[in-house]
Design a protein. Structure first.
Length: 125
């Protein structure tokens, strides 16, 4: 029941992100930071889909690092942190005994890809 509700919330967030991406391209650091905030919130909201809290904490730390790098103008480093976030999600979802619901991992990874695209529109430094 909780998982179904969580998936509905995540689907709604993805729909809102898709609508926002379709109407205007993000070209400022503030817009990309806003997407990072949304991704962090989505990751925290998905806690029940993970088998342990440490996995969530590690993923959130990667997002916070990406945000700090972006704020410092180190866009390439921010992208690297987001790629690491995606890699970790994939590893957790494809383990012999998955440590996160694969559908949730895919949704979060897709959101991370959106932030990467946003940062790439600004340019890397």
């Amino acid at each position: 029941m909780k998982l179904t509700r969580l998936l509905v919330v995540l689907a709604a967030l993805l729909s809102l992100n898709a609508l926002g991406a379709g109407t205007a391209s993000a070209t400022t650091v503030d817009e990309c930071q806003s997407q990072l905030v949304t991704l962090r919130a989505g990751t925290l909201a998905a806690q029940t889909s993970f088998t342990n809290q440490k996995s969530v904490e590690g993923l959130v730390a990667k997002l916070e690092d990406a945000s700090a790098k972006l704020a410092a103008g180190k866009n390439a480093d921010a992208v690297a942190k987001l790629v690491s976030f995606q890699t970790t999600l994939n590893t957790l979802a494809t383990a012999p005994t998955p440590k996160v619901d694969p559908a949730v991992a895919q949704a979060l990874s897709g959101d991370a890809q959106g932030v990467i695209l946003c940062i790439n529109e600004i340019g890397t430094a």
